[in-house]
Design a protein around this ligand. Sequence first.
Ligand code: SF4
Length: 254
Amino acid sequence: MSAPRSRPASLPVAPRAAWEPALTHAVAEVERAEAALHLARGTEAAVVEAAADAAARAVRLAEGEIDRRPPPAPIACAAGCPHCCHAKVIVFAPEALRLAAHLRATLAPAALDALRGRVAETDARTRGTSRDDRAELRIACPLLDPSGACGAHAVRPLHCIGWTSLDVAACERSLAGGAGTPSAPVYAPQYELANAVMAGLAKACFEAGLDGAPLELVAALRIALDRPTAGERWLARLPVFSQARDAEIGARLG
Ligand code: SF4
């Protein structure tokens, strides 16, 4: 693990005028209300639907913003470009359960076993690491396939939906440079809107008495894949994802 280094004070995002706090607050509130309706049904299928609706909302809102306020440079992200998929990703429990349900439903048994092995191996190397540590370690997300594309693109986390680079060369520099190297410029509205949806989803979980703590993707996915009853246990308010809680982000959210 690397020694802590200072990070840039803020992300070098596109002009801040492209989004407003009042808008993101309203988005979080809509997400909270919609997710609460799903969670009140108390089934794992409803939890997965809550995560799916949240992701669809984040994509829809971002597409609307791109139409209304195009980014200052073309979005550089494309299938097979894996640079940002070496960073720490934060998810909430419904997203981890949705990912696991999708992978169980779509992968053949041998492929699912192989993925579980990759997830366990990655988790053993990344558990408890900070964002700076991950920048130094450069360990790929276990969902990244050999072509460099996301193997779970259709169900990727909100955190991943929100990250859009406007400069692929800056992504390359950021990955090569490690901790302390500035991130690539992103399309700010998509980043902020996805974060607002995440905030609303987390709030709905907390208000329902469920664990809405930020979780590290690999650790949470390992739990969701290894424990077929993880969803049931989460709905029963048991601390099934406690080992995946991300202390770094949790401390920042307070
Ligand atoms: S879930 Fe997909 S998009 Fe997100 S970091 Fe992993 S491979 Fe990349």
